[in-house]
Design a protein around this ligand. Structure first.
Ligand code: HMH
Length: 208
């Protein structure tokens, strides 16, 4: 099994993760400031948990994937600084409590760190690939949100996602843990969709 098989096999679930009315709103401008701010604050909490996930993956990674995971950690730490700057400009506090989708994602990430390596690296690839596709699909983005679309549409980020794909394919090549890897992929797809749902619904209710 390869990563491309997962994208094919679970096409519908993957579409749910990477296409969403929230993203249409980012492209067309229909997303409210409240919804966008909610997404921003929640994604900051997600990235924080992702740093922990990668740091737990690092000691379990094969030698050939170490530099990739270290580069990923550095990029995520830098991204946290970027979120802090964006929040400052928007007059937004990042200290808010995690929403329901953020909490479930964080619980799943904790479990994924203990999964067999092929499943964990497949999950990491899916997490990053989801954002690459989701934000590219919102290009060029409404002027208010264009910088965010650009952030996840760069050739560097696409290169990182390709490297993760190679790493996941390398780990899956043995044919071991295919079931766990498939389950991890589906879990990520579901959580990504729920994350967009949370942002949109929370923006409507102006709460959480
Ligand atoms: C919810 N998925 C979510 N947030 C992110 N920042 C990424 C993926 C990419 O790191």
């Amino acid at each position: 099994m390869r990563t491309s098989d997962l994208l094919e096999r679970y096409r519908e679930e993957w579409e749910g993760a990477t296409r969403h009315p929230f993203l249409d709103g980012v492209r067309e401008g229909g997303v409210s400031k409240a919804a966008f701010d909610l997404w921003l604050a929640q994604d900051y909490l997600f990235v924080e948990a992702e740093v922990t996930f990668l740091s737990r993956l690092l000691p379990r990674a094969p030698r050939r994937d170490q530099s990739l995971i270290i580069a990923g950690l550095a990029a995520l730490e830098e991204e946290m600084g970027w979120f802090e700057e964006q929040a400052r400009r928007r007059g937004l506090a990042l200290a808010g409590p995690p929403g329901r989708a953020t909490l479930s994602y964080r619980v799943v990430l904790r479990g994924l760190a203990d999964e067999p390596y092929p499943a964990a690296i497949t999950a990491l690839w899916a997490i990053e690939r989801a954002y690459l596709e989701a934000w590219r699909g919102a290009a060029p983005g409404h002027p208010d949100y264009r910088e965010f679309v650009g952030h996840w549409s760069t050739p560097e980020f696409a290169g990182f996602v390709s490297s993760l794909e190679e790493a996941a394919d390398g780990a899956l090549a043995s044919g071991e843990n295919e079931e766990e890897a498939g389950a991890a992929f589906l879990e990520v797809a579901r959580l990504e969709r729920e994350f967009w749902e949370m942002a949109l619904a929370g923006g409507r209710r102006r709460a959480r």
